[in-house]
Design a protein around this ligand. Structure first.
Ligand code: SF4
Length: 394
């Protein structure tokens, strides 16, 4: 029996005057017609549909469909935010082959911020009144759980208006193990200290075969999903990601997206999906080529089409480049992420993008794509600014 697409609530900020005047669907690749029939009929796509999309080179037809869904959900609006990344340590006990960021303790280039240093780092990006701190780091073998609780509590005390999006499912599971606590208790204590939501990293690709190659020291796909399930249960929303463009195949990508979709059906706790293009430089997988523009754009579009129960698809400009991210706004994406002051993780892996972008530049990118920019906070509430302060509409 055909499954109907989940109905997402219409976005409150959708421009009601926006009336797309689009041409009828046309595919050069006739294998896409059955997929199009489902999308236009509000029917949920399945595994084979995902494969058909990945295996087609008809990027304009795929983009047309993704844009159709994107505009149905968000009209002409495109989101961005003003945020700062804080990576408290790059010391990590894991040695994921996908990673250029983690270092062994006491090796050249390794660092761990003292709490004061982390709080000062947060303040140094405050000139544009950030609305979000995005905090992720390595799996440090010695830092006690209390360090992370104090880090978050100290930030909340100093910047009570700023949303704290902190610690991937992988970090949470590691902290729980180190503190000999359950995942639920660990998350409850982090929430109590001031964590407002969780980022989506560490998901990589759920398929075991791939995980063994790229990150065999990490929790497995089921554990990642279980940790997200518990976070959602206790009222912490999270994002979700997928790292593509390494040793995975099309089946692995579709499997990953459908497993996320199944958990979203269950909890509704995912906020945004972010496809992450693999950057091989300075990793043990350096011999692999970088992703192409076509794959990057297709990944955005296929995500929009398969993840019918996710409100937002983010084109993370740091990974995709501002140019590809901008084009993605017409291929299914509704969000560019943010100013991202001081990105480290992908720059260690050879990202050539700037480590941050001014608000005005994000607005220019969005406007030039023919979209209407809306600055949002982490929960997608519109932000109004004056000078160096901001107000969040609630
Ligand atoms: S990806 Fe994360 S867990 Fe893996 S080595 Fe890098 S910092 Fe450590």
């Amino acid at each position: 029996m055909a499954q109907t697409m989940q109905t997402l609530p219409e976005n409150g900020h959708k421009d009601s005057s926006f009336a797309p005047n689009r041409h009828a669907f046309h595919a050069d690749d006739l294998k896409l017609q059955p997929v199009a029939d489902k999308v236009l009929g509000g029917e949920r796509l399945g595994f084979e549909d995902g494969l058909a999309l990945y295996r087609s080179g008809d990027i304009l037809a795929i983009g047309w469909l993704a844009n159709y869904v994107r505009e149905r959900l968000h009209g002409n609006v495109a989101y961005f935010n003003v945020n700062r990344h804080i990576n408290p340590t790059n010391v990590c006990v894991a040695a994921c082959r996908l990673c250029a960021f983690g270092r062994r303790k006491d090796t050249p280039g390794s660092y761990t911020m003292a709490l004061e240093e982390a709080w000062e780092t947060a303040a140094s990006g405050y000139s544009e009144a950030v609305t979000e701190f995005h905090i992720v780091g390595g799996l440090h073998p010695d830092l006690p759980f209390q360090y992370f609780l104090d880090l978050v509590a100290g930030l909340k005390e100093r910047f009570p208006q700023v949303h704290i999006k902190a610690f991937t499912m992988v970090e949470v599971a590691f902290l729980a193990k180190r503190a000999k606590l359950t995942i639920e208790e660990t998350l409850r204590q982090l929430k109590q200290a001031g964590v407002d939501s969780l980022p989506g990293g560490g998901a990589e690709i759920f398929a075991d075969r791939v995980r063994h190659i790229i990150c065999d020291h990490k929790i497995d796909g089921d554990q990642w999903l279980d940790t997200a399930r518990i976070a959602h249960k206790i009222g912490l929303r999270s994002n979700a990601t997928m790292l593509y463009g390494h040793v995975e195949n099309e089946e692995d990508r579709v499997d990953h997206l459908l497993r996320l979709r199944a958990l979203q059906d269950e909890t509704g706790g995912f906020q945004t999906f972010i496809p992450l293009a693999f950057h091989p430089d300075n990793t043990p997988l350096e011999h692999l080529p970088r992703t192409t523009g076509l794959l990057d754009i297709k990944q955005i579009a296929v995500s929009r089409l398969l993840l019918d129960n996710f409100s937002h698809i983010k084109a993370y400009w740091q990974m995709l480049t501002p140019k590809i991210a901008q084009i993605s706004l017409r291929f299914g994406a509704d969000d560019l992420d943010g100013t991202v002051i001081e990105e480290k993780i992908y720059h260690d892996a050879g990202a050539t993008t700037p480590q941050g972008m001014r608000r005005e530049e994000l607005i220019r990118l969005i406007r030039e794509a023919g979209r209407e920019p809306i600055e949002r906070d982490t929960m997608y509430r519109p932000v109004t600014r004056s000078e160096n302060t901001f107000t969040v509409a609630v």
